[in-house]
Design a protein around this ligand. Sequence first.
Ligand SMILES: Nc1ncnc2c1ncn2[C@@H]1O[C@H](COP(=O)(O)OP(=O)(O)OP(=O)(O)O)[C@@H](O)[C@H]1O
Ligand SMILES: N[C@@H](CCO)C(=O)O
Length: 386
Amino acid sequence: MLGVFLVGRRRISFQLSGFLEDTKLHPEGVRFTIRVPATSANIGPGFDVMGVSLTLYLTLTVSLPRDPPPRMFTTPDPQPKIIHTGEGADEVPLDAYKNLTTRVALYVLRCNGIPSFPSGIELHCHNQIPFGRGLGSSGAAVIAGVLLGNALGQLNLPKDRMLDFALMVERHPDNVTAALMGGFVGSYLRELDAVATSAASVPLAEVLPEYPADAGEEWGVDPPNPPYGIGHYVRFGWAKEIRAVAIVPDFEVSTAMARSVLPTEYSRKDVVFNLQRLAVLTTALSRSPPDPELIYEAMKDRVHQPYRKELIPGLPQVLASVTPATHPGLLGICLSGAGPTILALAVNNFDAIAQAAAEVFKQFGITVHHFVLDVDTQGSIVEEQD
Ligand SMILES: Nc1ncnc2c1ncn2[C@@H]1O[C@H](COP(=O)(O)OP(=O)(O)OP(=O)(O)O)[C@@H](O)[C@H]1O
Ligand SMILES: N[C@@H](CCO)C(=O)O
């Protein structure tokens, strides 16, 4: 059986039967991995626009029998077996009809005329991305699902088309675009015509229905296919000496909650404040050596961070007290995604910067841990396992 996956601009073709033979799951079977990076969205002023992919990963090891047993069109239908280790292991659903990654994979398969998973799939998800912290865990799960559906269905979708599928689920483009493409990216949702707009606006419940466990093939209407070209993106430069310190509080803030506290209208003054900084920041982060004076100011925001402080005790105090003046090496500091993680961009003194933020959070009774990360330039990859 021939598998063909698109990985970046490289088309990788391989004989599925040529995969490693050492899997415990299917000793005679097929095995490949899907690796998706964490992301930090917004970077201050670029709310729902900018994202950067970071070197923490969700990795799926997918095993399937070389000669799958014939499909049984009676219940129980062929659910993948899911093992999940690492972050989220105590809360992630292992039922493939409830797990975000496999539900998205099934959505992609069903949109392409494949009604269910192939039989005998075993999926080991190893996750380094903390849940609900602003590091793009859900975006990574969605992208992993799109790549899984593409691989299992041998669909050969180009990455731009995969982005359409991801945007039907996660409807702001910043995290999923960075997770799929890698690097530092800006993206927008294209204005669609009326038909495409309504296709792209169908309720999430229709894209990812609650699959009844005993439904077999009877899943009702086909899910809505994404319109073509929902999201467009551009890659920005990133100065190689800039690293990302992710300071992760010990509590979760769901993105849905963090979006519900935002206003629906903004003053012209606040919109202009963000636009001015956004325009400067995209170029400032590409320049070597990076200029802390320019970047610190350009990472300020008036569109989402001020409203999220009620969900994140200590947020304004951390942002105001950890500055390039007090902490040489720091370039700028902001909320990562919907929070509560703080993203500090710096060229050195990474641990001291994290420690300073930790001390402020401590005054609010919050403990944190931190990662010093680099920008992942590859984006999501699908490859034979070593
Ligand atoms: N690997 C995963 N497998 C299955 N479900 C996941 C996975 N990662 C995240 N999720 C789901 O996504 C939820 C977190 O999504 P949410 O959008 O609230 O936060 P986030 O994506 O971590 O943060 P942000 O969007 O601000 O970067 C989890 O509670 C879980 O339901
Ligand atoms: N732009 C999004 C990122 C989180 O998914 C937000 O800030 O709500």
